[in-house]
Design a protein. Structure first.
Length: 223
C-alpha cells in the first residue's frame, strides 16, 4: 500500500506540479486552503507539506490546530524564512522547512528521510489517533486531547479489540470469548457493563461516541 502525503498550498500550479511528480510513488491528497487542509488531515496522511502563507487560515494556524491529533511529520513550504520565523514554526509543531523555489528531487529526499524516521518511531510505539482520541497499544494507554483516560485491564482489552477492527461488528459472545477465553467463568452479560464504563469514562473528556451499539447485533468502533 502506498504511503499517503497531503499537499496544502493556495497556489494551484505548485500543488498540481507536486501531485504529478509524487503520484507514482505516493497516494497524494491535495488542499488549496487552510480550511481544506484541516479536513484532509482527518484522512490520516503519513506526511503533510503545508504552505505557510495561505490566506485567511495560514499554515501556522493549521499546524497548531492539528498537531495534537496528528503525529505525522509536517514540512512547511515557504517563500522566505528568518530565524525567528523558524522558531515560531517549530514551536507550532513543524518538523522541517522547505524554501521556495525548491528542487523536487531534494524535496523527495527529505520526504523519504522523514518517512523512514517515522517508520522507525512507529516500530517502537504503536499509537493510533481517532480524531481527538489517542490509543497507545504498546503502553496500553488512552488519552483525549492529551488528557489520560484510566481504563481497567478488561476495559482496555475491549477498546483495543474494537478499535483495531474499525467498523467491524462484534457480538457480546465473541467479545467475551476473545478476551476472557472460552473457559472464562463469567458470562457475556458482563460485556454490557464494561462497555458502559468505557463510554462513561470517555464521556468525561469528549462528546464523541467511539463505541456504537448495533442493535440486535453487538458493538462496533466509531473512530
Amino acid at each position: 500500500m502506498k504511503q499517503k502525503i497531503l499537499i496544502a498550498d493556495d497556489e494551484q500550479g505548485i500543488v498540481d506540479m507536486m501531485k504529478t511528480y509524487f503520484s507514482p510513488r505516493y497516494e497524494v491528497l491535495t488542499a488549496y486552503s487552510g480550511e481544506e487542509a484541516l479536513k484532509k488531515a482527518q484522512e490520516r496522511p503519513d506526511l503533510i507539506l503545508l504552505d505557510i502563507n495561505m490566506p485567511e487560515m495560514d499554515g501556522l494556524l493549521v499546524c497548531r490546530a492539528i498537531r495534537e491529533f496528528v503525529s505525522c511529520p509536517i514540512l512547511f513550504l515557504t517563500a522566505r524564512i528568518e530565524a525567528a520565523d523558524k522558531i515560531t514554526g517549530f514551536r507550532a509543531g513543524a518538523d522541517d522547512y522547505i524554501v521556495k523555489p525548491f528542487d523536487l528531487e531534494e524535496l523527495e529526499a527529505r520526504i523519504e528521510a522523514h518517512l523512514r524516521r517515522e517508520m522507525r518511531r512507529q516500530q517502537t510505539s504503536m499509537v493510533r489517533f481517532f480524531g481527538e482520541l489517542a490509543v497507545d497499544y504498546c503502553a496500553r494507554t488512552v488519552a483525549v486531547r492529551g488528557e489520560p483516560v484510566t481504563l481497567s485491564k478488561r476495559e482496555f482489552d475491549i477498546l483495543e479489540l474494537l478499535s483495531l477492527h474499525g467498523g467491524q461488528v462484534f457480538d457480546r459472545e465473541r467479545i467475551y470469548e476473545t478476551i476472557w477465553g472460552i473457559d472464562g467463568d463469567g458470562s457475556s452479560d458482563t460485556i454490557m457493563e464494561h462497555i458502559r464504563k468505557i463510554r462513561s469514562k470517555l464521556a468525561v473528556h469528549t462528546s464523541h461516541s467511539y463505541i456504537e451499539t448495533v442493535w440486535g447485533c453487538g458493538y462496533k468502533w466509531n473512530g
